[in-house]
Design a protein around this ligand. Structure first.
Ligand SMILES: C[S@@+](CC[C@H](N)C(=O)[O-])C[C@H]1O[C@@H](n2cnc3c(N)ncnc32)[C@H](O)[C@@H]1O
Length: 311
């Protein structure tokens, strides 16, 4: 099983177009804008005394490049070569390649790094969740290599369950209906068919609520064995569960948030209007950050549960 998660992630994220598509996410989907803006604000408030950082599952460099531009030496660690290639391209464009060390590797093995190696350790938008069933061990390892601060975001169980009861939920967040992104075009063309084929299934929801797994693992493994590149097996955390794991590994002053909790209450037409007006957009993202940081709403972030703490 352990091996399956890693193999599936590797195949999925190593598809050649992955880096390009991921780099354009914030031109495509509003929930991604809100989530990344939340993390950016958190990171920029956490840099006091930070000279080195580790980014686990760093993707195309959304946050590794940001920290490099602030003069921090960053280890950009990811399982996917297309992601690393895209990140290198962006780092070059931003003139910060000398600040970043690119490493291709899996979070399941961080033995190359000794204790307290980095002032700040981060891992955003679910790489930890993709290491199921090793997610708890991976969090322990990320804490082990951190000296001062840890900031992570993982898949959220309470936040993701509505997916199962709303197969068209991503449509709410499409920024540009003319985007060439295949996911945008799929959301638009498959909408009616998804509604037609939909039936509320309480048992499915309860199963996911109890297990933290939205998909059937056996089906995912079978698809992988047949040569497909299915979506990763992803473990979805409850807020109290994530907090107690971090506490167990000695993280203190833990603060949690649910990026997207406020935005998900607003219909697409209004979200698009806000995003297309720079002044409203800035004010909206600032308000979202404040609202989504309220611990009472953290479970209802869009798909991610954010946590930060100190060592
Ligand atoms: C949704 S992207 C997030 C990228 C970046 N952290 C961000 O927030 O923009 C998830 C990333 O995790 C990486 N990933 C998935 N499984 C991984 C694993 N087991 N070890 C390391 N990286 C992994 C993928 O290649 C991908 O780049």
């Amino acid at each position: 099983m352990d091996d399956y998660s890693k193999k599936i992630s590797e195949r999925m994220w190593n598809q050649p177009d992955k880096g390009e598509l991921e780099a354009e996410r914030e031109q495509t989907f509003i929930d991604d804008i809100v989530q990344k803006a939340h993390i950016e604000r958190e990171l920029l408030q956490s840099l006091d005394g930070v000279e080195t950082a580790f980014d686990g599952g760093a993707g195309c460099g959304r946050f590794s490049v940001l920290l490099a531009k602030k003069g921090i030496r960053v280890t950009h660690f990811d399982i996917s070569q297309p992601m690393i290639d895209k990140a290198k391209e962006i780092a070059e464009r931003e003139g910060v390649t000398d600040k970043i060390t690119f490493v291709k590797g899996a979070l399941e093995d961080l033995s190359a790094y000794s204790d307290d190696s980095f002032d700040l350790v981060m891992s955003f938008d679910s790489p930890i969740s993709y290491t199921y069933p090793n997610q708890e061990k991976v969090i322990g390892e990320l804490v082990r290599i951190a000296r001062k601060r840890i900031l992570i975001s993982v898949s959220s169980r309470l936040g993701s369950l509505p997916y199962l009861a709303n197969p068209i939920q991503k449509n709410q967040f499409i920024l540009d209906k003319n985007s060439k992104d295949p996911w945008v075009q799929w959301c638009l063309t498959a909408r009616e068919q998804m509604i037609e084929g939909f039936a509320f299934n309480k048992d499915n929801l309860l199963k996911a609520y109890d297990s933290g797994l939205l998909d059937n693992i056996e089906d995912t493994k079978k698809a992988y064995d047949q040569g497909d590149a299915p979506w990763c097996i992803s473990y979805h955390f409850m807020p109290d569960e994530l907090e107690s794991i971090l506490k167990k590994f000695g993280v203190k002053d833990i603060k949690m948030a649910g990026p997207g909790a406020f935005a998900r209450t607003i219909p697409n037409e209004l979200l698009v209007k806000i995003m297309n007006d720079p002044e409203q957009r800035e004010a909206f993202l600032e308000f979202c950050h404040m609202y989504d940081s309220n611990p009472y709403v953290c479970g209802m972030g869009k798909d991610n549960l954010f946590a930060k703490g100190i060592l």
